[in-house]
Design a protein around this ligand. Structure first.
Ligand SMILES: [Zn+2]
Ligand SMILES: [Zn+2]
Ligand SMILES: [Zn+2]
Ligand SMILES: [Zn+2]
Ligand SMILES: [Zn+2]
Ligand SMILES: [Zn+2]
Ligand SMILES: [Zn+2]
Length: 1719
């Protein structure tokens, strides 16, 4: 094993042989060879096994070099007959490049298709070509390539328009007509031909070679050793995990190695997993086969001799070489095509055929290489592209030449072998295997589609003949489908097994577009259409012969009419859902109706052969079936039937199912007596007996026995009435009604939008797509809808144009019942709002085409009038279930339709043409013996019926219309001249009437509007009141704290001062808050019961100026000084909700207990991690992980006279000295330090300072406990360590978190352009206040000496202290963190001091000292690089400028050349002001919250003069330099000290990047406006770990711009002992655990927090319709929406990502289960 696994030895023995080799000699020798193939094979046989496969680890780089030298070299010499570098260059020069782009797509590369111009959706362009094409301005579609396709630019057949981009535009001398071979010498052609033949043959032989041990003749190696590979192949059966597990066992490798093997197998299709002698490899094979054979078929493994593998390796190389060589010249490419497609001398398969036939046997890697070659050769050559396409059934216009259509369909039919006795398809249960088989069959359909895609513009007789031949074959296919899967109603028992139905519907769905396309072809030629119609009719007649129904003839009679038909009950006999032949005939019938012939010579149509009752029979049964299912009669047939009915109506199928059945009924009934037709309908609905009896009123006495039956029949009557409406009313298909194609789509859109406003994608989903996935919506949408843009959330919506509402038809045939009721509600509401009555009368309809014209008579035929009368009669009595509201509504609608028909005819036709006399017929009462009242009389009765209140408006509308029709008729029957006076009179009366009504209506409308306005105002108010319910309650609670303290400037004139002995004293007030858990009120006191604020502490890199700094080592990191790059901080946030500490503890314990139970029981995760202390705020469910105690304002001491900076520093220094000695005494004396410490004399404490004094802790035990709780949490999270409340770093982390949080809020306010005070949400204000006061108090729970030690070290950074070693330089300290820590730690000194120094004085002096230090920092780092001359005019040197100059010169004196000369003091001062401002603002926030001093109103607004107000509030001179000048003696030595720090010079000379001030706010990376730029960027991204492989899920870090290979085994890494994906790993370095990513392929934003939390977030890219496209399914062009991106950025900047994830996970539990860490 050791030998076998050893690394490959360099082939030293061969070196000399290789070095002596001359490619030139060999190549030239071949030129003389008599048997060239033999010579080349001998050469390959000798060298290939010496170069390839000499060890277990293949080393392609070495091999490729040797192969180039030893193998390709001679081939190229032979080819060129001279030095190839010269020969190939010559070829290239004389080459005329092809007009085809042929760019081969990488996985994930963007591709573009034009929705307007592409011949079919598979025609695509590469980005380069797209940008240079006309389609850029069209409606295009963008997708990402799955890899392997190629760009169709230049292919004139792929594009209806603009086939060339600018680059591939043919030159004037069209070179594509020339033969590229003309450019080569005959010799060259011969040589190329022979070398290509040999190499291609060799490659094909080797790649299709199946022997494991032998080689093809002529390639046997001169010597063969016992060296084998155990080769593992990919299959689709075994999972990654199975393979990995098996490999670990079989070849004894680590998990990592196994993963890498499995990855390669998956990628390349095969991988050698072992190298060694035969026995050794065979062993591994046995184990693998044994291990995987149990569950399924075993993994494919071969033990292959190394020489075989070597030749296969070189074969791939050879193919690649061919691809590369033909790239030099189109002539070479053409020769290769010839070689590849040439059949053998005996008609054997060509080489390309051989490859294609073996395609499925080859491993993936080999397949990829030869596909590439095919694409760069055959598909790039204009001549061969076509030839090649013929071979694979992919050319257009091939119908005539190859009889393609018929061939494909026959092949297809052969694939579906199972038939019943009538030859109809029978499907087995639709299993995954079947689905798989089906998919292969479907690729044939794809080919058929391809053939049909471009309709011919000119027909030849030959084309007609071939098309019709294909059409006939197609009819054969449809005949096999006609009648498949019949259903029979189940009575008694429920069906036992759901019958198979999916296969038939899948087939139907796949054929839908083909059927439609067939019809389009037919429509383009009248002769073809008529012939196809005939053929279809024959086919249908033939089918009907097959339906044996045992029909029994019967005669129906009603209302004085009778018709012969036969007995048939849908509810008892077989019903057929699949009727493709009949539906195709319906489609052709409509097309016929559109033709000239139909208008002018209808007698020429083959209509005489039709038997209308036969035509309608099956479609009618199918529709009755739907009605019965709806009426609940088929419940026992289970879900399969429900599903079938659903798909029958669904947008994906209905065009060639439901729609066509309706057309067939329209066609059939237009050729029948309407009374006959309706009687047959009644009979099939099984309602004939109800309406045929002499007196319909008696219905119920007969049915009373069974309520269910009445209910059923009611539904059936409703459905039947609806069907009649559809037959008469659906006229929007060109050919049925006189409409344009666009009218049909407009009507669909209008009816969708009548339901509610919809987004573009919703509309697109509701509309049928054509074969190009187009709905045609764009052409018409603007004429019927208005687009409303989306806001920061949501999506753009289309609203119906108000003027289109009148086209609304409540009984629109594509409405589901749910759609219908929603639309009804919406439209009634709309009418009410515009002050109209609530009637929804039918819309005006377009006239029918002549073939269908007689359909209108249905509305006035006796049978229908009889039915209408019966229902109205029933309605006279209030319904006790005897009739239904919707039945009546439909009757009224039908009457309305008839009236409108009559009205329209009266308006448009001349007197003689008027055939419609509905109003007359409904005025006639029934004849004896029933003597029923007329319909009109009934309506007048019903008008006043109390139980018909809802229909009153509609009845009123009907009566009004009847009246107006009567007037019209009277008017037209009398001469207008004689009666003009009367008419005028009548008209004026009518007008007056009208005007009066209008006035009243208007007044009513105004009144309503006023009421509405009032109501909506009230509503708005209510919402506003309640929206901020939580916020509000909090603000009230806060009234005592914030409001009273902050906004009560005692007198407006008194300048407010927040720091120092003279600071403004807030008026003391009790602070009372309410616990959200127990609702009790509680005063906040240090010695009382503790109150806490729910809080979330997290690490943060949001402000980091250096993302390359590695995360600190948790155990050893000293956090005392924050680096100015702020690379890792600790942020504290809160939802602002307050609880008693004990209430919170009880709550948290309950959560813990619940979680434990839940985990034991269900092992589900929650959105929060209880073990890490996480919980959801009990009120707002905001993610929290600790609580902050609330503390009262510390009592301020009186302001006695306090020392200035100098004196103060001196006193403190003395105190520190005495502390040093006190601390030394405390420390155990360790051996090494004895000498050093003993030298130090004891330092007597200065007056009033008592280092031995042990202070009393002022806080109650619960407050102390909470101080520890929050402190420990901050420490634990901030440092990522185990909690340890004793650690001296606890208070440091708390101060740090306070400083960091204040700084981040200060940044946020700047970024959001908000004023410093008064604009924060109160939860943030509360959080800052309690955080600051907590930080000031947290030292009390730590050991006093350690806190004093911190203060000493902090101060030493500014004030030299000989006893403190290794203080950081001034440039290594964030000054605000320093200020906060010093102010917070100083009380540990002060507590032992009774000399009268006040804390206020300390705060002021520390602040001033730090401010000076910061000014120095700014001067050292942030002076302008170049002095521009745009100095402000009037530029006399101000006081500030003079003093800044002085300080700067002083610094330059100390630092010498390290600081450049800046001539302009004005610039210096400007830089200092700008650089120091953020610090001052943060300082103001800090002291405001610390000391509770109200804020000046000027700082509640933005604007000029902020600097002065800010300095005033902080007690600083507005000329900051005065701080320096007034203490120059004291400060100069300090400054000199700062400048002479050992690391300063280095830093200034750039030893590491300097932070300059003001620090810029971090932003998320800039994203391109066009999303495809991102896709393109991602497509060039390769996985960093698997050597140039494409990454499957390229993911962009929006924080730093890094591209990652996410969600993939290859890039998993170990993070703290767990395998995590690239994204999770990245967040730990880049975002301290929080990450914001864009998944480029998915167009989806990903938020991650820690290893377990994550959610998806809407991307900031929108299409033109204001919608995102998550998953990139629609492919509309996407553009960046800045507002949405800014919203994401804001979430990030305010540290709300984790909170957002929490909310998302709470809202959608399925997010919790996702393995976020593997992304
Ligand atoms: Zn291209
Ligand atoms: Zn192009
Ligand atoms: Zn276009
Ligand atoms: Zn409570
Ligand atoms: Zn809350
Ligand atoms: Zn990053
Ligand atoms: Zn990877």
């Amino acid at each position: 094993m050791a030998a076998a696994e050893s690394d490959r030895e360099p082939p030293s023995a061969l070196c000399s042989e290789f070095l002596d080799f001359s490619a030139k000699d060999t190549g030239l020798k071949w030129l003389q060879a008599s048997d060239l193939p033999k010579a080349v094979y001998q050469h390959l046989a000798r060298y290939v096994p010496k170069i390839y496969c000499l060890g277990p680890n293949l080393n392609p780089q070495n091999e490729d070099l040797l192969a180039q030298l030893l193998l390709q070299g001679p081939l190229e010499w032979y080819l060129c007959g001279e030095d190839p570098s010269i020969g190939l260059a010559k070829l290239e020069q004389s080459n005329q490049p092809s007009q085809l782009c042929g760019h081969v797509f990488k996985v994930g590369e963007p591709t573009y298709s034009c929705r307007e111009c592409a011949a079919d959706p598979t025609c695509v362009l590469c980005m380069q070509c797209f940008l240079g094409s006309v389609h850029k301005g069209h409606r295009y579609r963008m997708t990402t390539s799955g890899g392997g396709g190629f760009c169709d630019c230049g292919d004139t057949e792929a594009w209806k328009k603009g086939p060339y981009c600018q680059k591939h535009e043919p030159s004037i001398s069209d070179s594509s007509q020339e033969d590229p071979l003309d450019q080569l010498s005959a010799n060259m052609i011969t040589r190329t031909y022979s070398v290509f033949s040999i190499v291609l043959r060799y490659a094909v032989d080797m790649l299709t070679w199946e022997e494991e041990n032998e080689l093809p003749a002529g390639l046997e190696p001169p010597e063969r050793g016992d060296t084998y590979y155990c080769m593992l192949f990919n299959d689709e059966v075994h999972t990654y995990e199975q393979v990995i597990y098996t490999l670990q066992k079989a070849v004894n490798c680590t998990q990592k190695e196994a993963v890498s093997f499995a990855t390669t197998v998956d990628r390349d299709g095969r991988k050698s997993v072992r190298y060694g002698d035969f026995h050794f490899c065979e062993q591994a094979k046995t184990v693998i086969v044994r291990n995987t054979s149990r569950q399924t078929k075993p993994l494919r493994v071969q033990v292959m001799h190394s020489s075989v593998v070597a030749h296969q390796c070189f074969a791939l190389k050879a193919l690649a070489w061919l691809g590369q060589v033909i790239g030099h010249s189109d002539a070479l490419r053409r020769i290769l095509c010839q070689v590849g497609l040439e059949k053998g001398p005996l008609g054997e398969n060509s080489l390309v055929d051989t490859l294609m036939l073996c395609d499925s046997k080859m491993w993936k890697g080999a397949r990829n290489v030869y596909h590439q070659l095919l694409m760069s050769s055959l598909l790039m050559d204009p001549k061969y592209k076509k030839l090649f396409a013929i071979q694979f059934a992919k050319a257009r216009m091939l119908m005539t030449e190859e009889n393609l259509m018929a061939t494909i369909i026959r092949t297809f039919v052969e694939h579906l072998r199972h038939r019943d006795l009538q030859g109809r398809f029978q499907f087995e249960r639709y299993t995954p295997q079947q689905a798989f088989k089906f998919r292969r069959v479907q690729s044939l359909l794809g080919d058929l589609k391809y053939v049909l895609i471009s309709r011919p513009t000119e027909w030849t007789d030959k084309l007609r003949e071939k098309f019709l031949e294909g059409f006939e074959t197609f009819l054969e296919l449809l005949k096999c489908m006609q009648g498949m899967d019949p259903v029979v109603r189940q009575v008694g028992q429920h069906i036992e097994m759901e019958p198979e139905w999916e296969a038939a519907f899948t087939l139907q769905m796949k054929l839908t577009h083909i059927i439609s396309m067939m019809q389009e072809w037919c429509a383009s030629d009248e002769k073809v259409l008529i012939e196809a119609y005939r053929m279809c009719l024959v086919a249908l007649t033939h089918c009907h012969g097959g339906f044996a129904d045992g029909e029994q003839p019967i005669t129906l009679s009603m209302c004085g009419h009778s018709v012969d038909t036969f007995r048939y009950c849908v509810s008892q006999e077989k019903v057929i859902i699949h009727l493709p032949v009949s539906r195709l005939l319906a489609g052709l019938h409509v097309l016929l109706s559109k033709t000239e012939v139909a208008y002018r010579f209808p007698e020429r149509l083959p209509l005489s052969e039709l038997s209308p009752p036969m035509l309608i029979e099956h479609p009618l049964r199918c529709l009755v079936l739907c009605a019965q299912v709806h009426a609940g009669m088929w419940r026992r047939n289970g879900f399969s039937l429900v599903n079938q009915i659903y798909y029958y109506h669904n947008v994906k199928c209905r065009v060639e199912m439901f729609d066509k059945d309706l057309v067939m009924l329209q066609a059939g009934s237009s050729m029948m007596d309407p009374n006959h037709f309706l009687m047959i309908v009644l009979s099939r609905f099984e309602l004939y007996h109800i309406f045929s009896s002499a007196d319909g009123r008696k219905r119920h006495s007969r049915e009373n026995a069974n309520k269910d039956v009445i209910q059923q029949n009611n539904t059936l009557i409703e459905e039947m009435l609806h069907l009649i409406m559809m037959i008469v009313g659906e006229r929007f298909t060109p050919g049925i009604g006189q409409v344009q194609p666009s009218d049909e789509i407009k009507r669909e859109i209008i009816h969708q939008l009548c339901i509610r406003p919809m987004a573009h994608s919703e509309l697109a989903k509701a509309l049928p797509e054509n074969e190009n996935k187009e709905t045609g919506m764009e052409r018409v949408i603007d004429s019927v809808a208005l687009f409303k843009k989306p806001g920061v959330t949501g999506r753009g919506l289309y609203e119906l144009r108000p003027e289109c509402a009148k086209q609304f038809n409540l009984y629109f045939y594509h409405y589901s019942r749910a759609d219908q009721s929603k639309a009804e509600e919406a439209q009634r509401k709309l009418r009410r709002q515009s002050g109209e009555d609530s009637a929804l009368p039918p819309p005006l309809l377009p006239p029918f085409c002549p073939l269908f014209a007689s359909l209108v008579n249905l509305l006035q035929c006796d049978v229908l009038l009889g039915m209408l009368g019966v229902v109205l009669q029933w309605a006279v009595e209030p319904s006790g279930g005897h009739w239904s509201e919707s039945m009546l509504q439909r009757v009224l609608h039908l009457i309305g339709m008839a009236l409108l028909e009559e009205q329209q005819q009266l308006e448009s036709s001349s007197e003689d043409d008027i055939t419609f006399s509905f109003t007359l017929k409904i005025s006639r009462p029934g004849e004896a013996p029933s003597n029923t009242p007329s319909i009109l009389a009934l309506l007048e009765t019903l008008q006043n019926a109390a139980h018909l209140e809802v229909h009153k408006d509609m009845i009123r509308w009907i009566l009004k219309t009847v009246a107006s029709i009567k007037t019209m008729r009277e008017r037209s029957s009398t001469s207008p001249v004689t009666d003009s006076g009367g008419q005028n009179h009548q008209e004026t009366v009518r007008d007056k009437d009208k005007a009066e009504r209008k006035r009243k209506a208007e007044m009513a409308r105004l009144r309503r509007e006023k009421i509405m306005a009032q109501m909506s105002a009230m509503q708005r108010h209510f919402i506003d009141e309640n929206k901020e319910l939580f916020q509000q309650s909090l603000e009230e609670l806060d009234a005592s704290t914030s409001a009273s303290l902050e906004h009560s400037p005692s007198s407006p004139d008194a300048a407010l001062l927040c720091v120092g002995p003279r600071r403004t004293r807030p008026t003391e007030k009790r602070q009372v808050v309410t616990c959200i858990l127990c609702q009790e009120e509680q005063e906040i006191r240090g010695d009382g019961r503790a109150m806490v604020l729910a809080a979330f502490v997290q690490r943060s890199t949001v402000m980091s100026r250096n993302r390359h700094r590695p995360p600190p080592n948790p155990e050893r990191h000293d956090p005392l000084f924050m680096h100015p790059d702020l690379s890792f901080g600790t942020h504290t946030g809160s939802c602002g909700h307050i609880m008693h500490s004990h209430c919170w503890q009880r709550y948290f314990e309950a959560v813990q207990a619940k979680e434990q139970r839940r985990q034991q029981r269900l092992r589900v995760h929650t959105s929060y991690d209880v073990e890490n202390g996480e919980f959801l705020c009990p009120l707002c469910e905001c993610l929290s992980n600790t609580v902050i105690p609330l503390l009262p304002l510390p009592k301020g001491s009186g302001s006695t006279e306090q020392p200035g900076l100098g004196l103060w520093l001196k006193t403190v220094s003395q105190q520190i000295k005495s502390l040093h000695s006190a601390h030394r005494k405390l420390r155990p004396v360790d051996a090494g330090a004895v000498d050093a410490t003993s030298n130090m004399e004891d330092f007597p404490p200065p007056e009033g300072f008592k280092p031995d004094y042990v202070p009393v802790n002022p806080f109650s035990s619960t407050v102390k406990e909470m101080l520890t709780t929050f402190g420990t949490a901050t420490y634990k999270i901030g440092l990522k360590v185990h909690p340890n409340e004793q650690d001296p770093r606890v208070p440091i982390m708390c101060w740090g978190s306070c400083a960091y949080t204040i700084q981040s809020i200060e940044r946020l306010l700047v970024d959001e352009e908000k004023p410093l005070f008064g604009s924060l949400p109160c939860r943030q204000d509360d959080c800052l206040r309690s955080l600051t006061r907590f930080s000031a108090a947290c030292w009390t729970t730590a050991s006093l000496p350690s806190v004093q030690g911190h203060f000493i070290r902090l101060l030493a950074a500014l004030l030299p202290d000989p006893e403190v070693e290794s203080s950081p330089s001034l440039l290594d300290v964030d000054i605000f963190h320093l200020l906060v820590s010093m102010v917070m730690s100083y009380p540990s000194l002060h507590i032992q001091d009774s000399s009268g120094l006040s804390v206020d004085a300390a705060q002021q002096n520390l602040f001033q000292l730090v401010t000076v230090a910061h000014v120095v920092q700014v001067l050292l780092t942030s002076t302008p690089a170049e002095v521009t001359m745009d100095q402000e005019s009037g530029g006399g040197h101000s006081e500030e400028e003079q003093s800044i100059s002085a300080l700067y010169s002083c610094l330059r004196r100390h630092l010498g050349g390290a600081l450049r000369d800046v001539g302009s003091a004005w610039h210096l001062w400007r830089c200092v002001k700008a650089g120091v401002l953020p610090f001052l603002r943060a300082g103001a926030l800090f002291f405001h919250h610390l000391n509770g001093v109200p804020t000046p109103s000027e700082l509640h607004a933005r604007g000029s003069g902020q600097w002065e107000y800010l300095c005033g509030y902080l007690g600083l001179p507005s000329n900051l330099l005065q701080l320096y000048h007034s203490n120059q003696d004291l400060l100069d030595p300090l400054i000199q000290g700062w400048c002479s720090h050992s690391s300063i010079q280095g830093l200034l000379q750039g030893s590491s990047p300097l932070v300059s001030y003001p620090r810029e706010s971090n932003r998320l990376i800039d994203l391109p406006d066009d999303y495809s730029a991102l896709i393109n960027q991602a497509s060039t991204f390769t996985c960093p770990k698997s050597g140039g492989d494409k990454s499957r899920a390229p993911t962009l870090c929006l924080v730093c711009g890094a591209m990652l290979c996410s969600q993939s085994y290859c890039c998993q890494t170990d993070l703290e002992g767990e395998d995590v994906g690239a994204c999770t790993a990245h967040t730990f370095a880049c975002g301290a655990g929080v990450g914001i990513f864009l998944r480029v392929r998915e167009s989806q934003v990903l938020f991650l927090a820690g290893k377990t939390k994550g959610c998806f977030y809407t991307p900031p890219y929108l299409d033109d319709y204001g919608e995102t496209d998550q998953g990139l399914r629609r492919g509309n062009p996407l553009h960046l929406c800045q507002e949405r991106y800014r919203k994401i950025q804001k979430l990030w900047r305010q540290h709300s990502i984790t909170e957002e994830i929490g909310h998302a996970q709470e809202a959608n539990q399925s997010l919790v289960g996702i393995d976020w860490q593997h992304l």
